[in-house]
Design a protein around this ligand. Structure first.
Ligand SMILES: [Zn+2]
Length: 381
């Protein structure tokens, strides 16, 4: 997937109300992610996997076996491109509503030169983890996991699926695309791009995409250490879905991977596997949330009120009179940049004299990062 990342980066934190509250069950499901480094190494080990190659066939067979081990009967969606057979792999966890689905997609081919650990081994491993974890849950909305072939040739597999395989009776509530989720070794991997539909043809699905992408960003904030940034969907398998009017969103790890992009060095050894795992945990949380897995809301669902910051507007320092536990405070600029990150004790006074006049978003969490809430701070002198 070719990326131009400077399109639109918007502030997410602080300027929206959190659409949902932290839920302990969802958090627990994200902790079921395992084996990510091993599966990435397995995927990389097949070597470069261009469409039609024996390596891609081996990768397909490895995926089929994994899904079978997880208890699925995978379907193979065959298509012909440039005289060669190619394949999408589909597994389904049915929901209570028999024709309602979310689709989680990740292409499993790579370009000629590249073993594709990040592009798109990371997305492939995410789909394996999602399939394994959702198998034991009871979503209201079905979860259809698809590994697309021939993405690198121009979304051929996903176009085939949307135009030939997808049944008109299926109601697709959301397509979540996972392409390049891996961080880069030694770089800042703290941001995760949540991708929304800004295409105009059609534009009828843009508003819902924006809303669901906002929700996705909230989920990433609640259940991972990552900072979400919003950007336009671009050049991956969600595009054929978008063109059909389906509501799309996607995840992409924003880090400086350009030296390895579509190169022979796209290897696990050049990735930040911890960051990849964190993104995958976020993708699991999103799947659980959007497929409406029942959770024990009301028992474990904790509701936190917005913390009070006073004085506000402020000049030099502020206190947080309603917080009665040690906490972490983070202050973000209106471009989403982290300006301050500090651990605080009850009744500590926070020095904000370094901040110029302006409006800032403030993220407050307990030191285990379980209780999180947001507020706005105004500096006016
Ligand atoms: Zn890709």
């Amino acid at each position: 997937m070719q990326r131009i990342l400077h399109c639109i980066i918007l502030l997410f934190l602080g300027f929206c109300t959190v659409a949902q509250n932290f839920n302990q069950d969802i958090s627990d499901y994200t902790l079921r992610v395992d084996s990510v480094p091993f599966q990435l190494v397995n995927y990389e080990g097949f070597g470069p996997k261009p469409s039609g190659s024996p390596a891609l066939d081996l990768t397909r067979d490895w995926l089929l076996k994994k899904y079978q081990q997880y208890g699925y009967a995978p379907q193979i969606d065959t298509f012909i491109y440039q005289g060669k057979k190619a394949y999408n792999i589909i597994v389904e966890k049915h929901g209570e509503d028999s024709n309602q689905w979310i689709i989680i997609g990740a292409h499993y081919d790579s370009v000629d030169e590249s073993p594709g650990a990040n592009d798109n081994g990371s997305g492939v491993v995410a789909t394996l983890q999602i399939a394994r974890i959702i198998r034991d849950l009871n979503p209201r909305v079905g979860v259809r996991v698809i590994n697309f072939g021939a993405e690198e040739l121009g979304y051929i597999g996903s176009s085939h699926y949307v135009n030939n395989t997808l049944k008109s009776t299926d109601s697709i509530q959301l397509m979540i695309n996972l392409d390049q989720l891996g961080g880069t070794l030694g770089k800042d991997n703290s941001k995760i791009v949540c991708e929304r539909d800004e295409f105009q043809n059609p534009s009828s699905n843009n508003e819902l995409s924006a809303l669901k992408t906002d929700t996705l960003a909230t989920i990433l904030t609640l259940y991972t250490d990552l900072t979400p940034v919003l950007s336009a969907a671009y050049a991956s398998d969600y595009i054929p879905f978008e063109s059909k009017g389906i509501v799309i969103t996607g995840l992409y790890q924003e880090s400086d991977y350009k030296d390895h992009y579509h190169q022979s060095s796209d290897r696990v050894s050049n990735m930040d596997v911890n960051a990849t795992e964190e993104v995958i945990r976020g993708a699991v949380a999103a799947t659980v949330y959007f497929s409406r897995v029942p959770t024990t809301a009301g028992i474990n669902n904790r509701v936190y009120s917005k913390p009070i910051i006073t004085p506000n507007p402020a000049q030099d320092n502020v206190i947080f009179p309603t917080i009665n536990y040690p906490f972490q405070v983070q202050i973000f600029s209106n471009l989403g940049y982290l300006l301050m990150d500090k651990e605080m004790n009850v009744s500590d006074r926070l020095d904000v004299a370094f901040l110029p006049n302006g409006i800032y978003s403030v993220r407050i969490s307990d030191l285990r990062n379980i209780q999180t809430s947001y507020s706005t701070l105004i500096i006016a002198r």
